[in-house]
Design a protein around this ligand. Structure first.
Ligand code: ATR
Length: 279
């Protein structure tokens, strides 16, 4: 039986083991996928120990995506641009790193939610591991402009530099949010609300008639941003549950060479998490 794991913090609550178990049943593959809590700084040792126990691949989540990037010997182009890794595969005793977050988000938005991202003006709130994972894919999907705004401006600048498309991807200050115009896509990639911090306070001036609001978080953490989007009267409001399932499917394909059918798995998870657009 091949062994896989999710490394993160408080992973007992993560649906990822359930998602991968469902994919494996679909594909008729015998595999183990477990969640493992790892302290900050302990990821390299945990990955080594996992490989020694027969681990073949791993997902990495908060707060270890940048540490995972550093732990990999080889990297995909998109992981290199992101500076963050969420999927690892053991190759000849060394970890290969990829990042499936962006592809997962784009597949959820364009497929499940029928959003056309091409030509859109997009606002990315945040510049941490989650934002870095999705930014390259948003550019690749054809957004016209990607404005990155982060509480700490130097992290936003570093992300814009890494993207290397100054004409399309650039930064503005958080304090200026009320005066930077409106967007067809507003993406919350911050972790505000995850650790009992104050929820985001965002101006409605960011929205126009077409604006879609997307939170990369799901469940309780996503509630304040989704409530803001509803208060703004937006019609397209998306939480991170679909992206979670789609990035998992991308990882599954990297490990097993099989593309799972995500719809039944998404439907199952959605039963326990009400649709944001209809709440
Ligand atoms: P993740 O992997 O989820 O992206 P992270 O790398 O710790 O986690 O990044 C968290 C992001 O949320 C950062 O962009 C952070 O802003 P800073 O870089 O200024 O720390 C952002 N963030 C967290 N709490 C926030 C808050 N209350 N308001 C605005 N941004 C917040």
């Amino acid at each position: 039986m091949s062994r896989y794991a999710l490394f993160g913090r408080s992973v007992a609550k993560s649906p990822s083991p359930q998602i991968h178990a469902a994919f494996a049943r679909q594909a008729g593959i015998a595999m183990e996928y477990v969640g493992l809590d790892v302290e900050p700084g302990a990821l390299p040792a945990a990955l080594d120990a996992f490989a020694a126990r027969g681990g073949r691949g791993a997902n990495v989540t908060v707060p270890h995506k940048q540490a995972a990037f550093a732990a990999c010997t080889r990297l995909s182009a998109r992981a290199r641009t992101a500076g963050a890794v969420n999927t690892l595969r053991l190759e000849e005793g060394q970890w290969y790193g990829d990042n499936t977050d962006g592809a997962g988000l784009v597949r959820d938005l364009t497929g499940r939610h029928s959003l056309d991202l091409r030509g859109r003006r997009a606002l990315l709130l945040g510049a941490g591991g989650a934002a870095r994972g999705v930014a390259p894919a948003l550019l690749e999907a054809g957004v016209r402009e990607l404005v990155i705004v982060n509480r700490s401006p130097e992290r936003a600048d570093a992300l814009a530099d890494a993207l290397g498309e100054p004409g399309r991807a650039h930064t503005r200050y958080w304090e200026d949010l009320a005066g930077i115009g409106d967007f067809e896509l507003v993406i919350n990639a911050t972790s505000a609300g995850r650790d009992a911090g104050a929820p985001l306070s965002l101006p409605f001036a960011l929205c126009n008639d077409m604006t879609g609001a997307v939170d990369l978080n799901y469940g309780e953490v996503a509630i304040p941003f989704l409530a803001w989007a509803r208060a703004a009267g937006l019609r397209t409001i998306v939480d991170g549950l679909g992206m979670l399932v789609e990035q998992a499917a991308e990882s599954f394909e990297i490990w097993h060479g099989v593309r799972p059918d995500t719809d039944p798995v998404y439907a199952l998870l959605r039963e326990g998490a009400p649709e944001p657009a209809t709440a």
